[in-house]
Design a protein around this ligand. Structure first.
Ligand SMILES: [Zn+2]
Length: 70
């Protein structure tokens, strides 16, 4: 489990879920994040900057974010 190369994430650190507005930290990914499910469903949005994600409305911080440098 790590950053995903290729579309749509292109090794971005954060993965937003356009459906739920949750944001995940791929450097601290946990099994319940289900990043691959988000990608398959077409809801994955890449972010490299957490502030940018928040400005885009992704303000539901998934628990994988705890302990990371926010
Ligand atoms: Zn997560």
């Amino acid at each position: 489990m790590a950053r995903r190369p290729g579309a749509p994430l292109n090794i971005a650190r954060y993965c937003g879920n356009a459906e739920t507005k949750e944001i995940h930290d791929l450097d601290n990914e946990q099994a319940p994040c289900q990043i691959d499910e988000i990608i398959l469903s077409g809801h994955a949005v890449p972010f490299n900057d957490l502030d940018e994600a928040r400005r885009a409305g992704y303000n539901k911080i998934h628990y994988c974010m705890h302990g990371s440098d926010q």
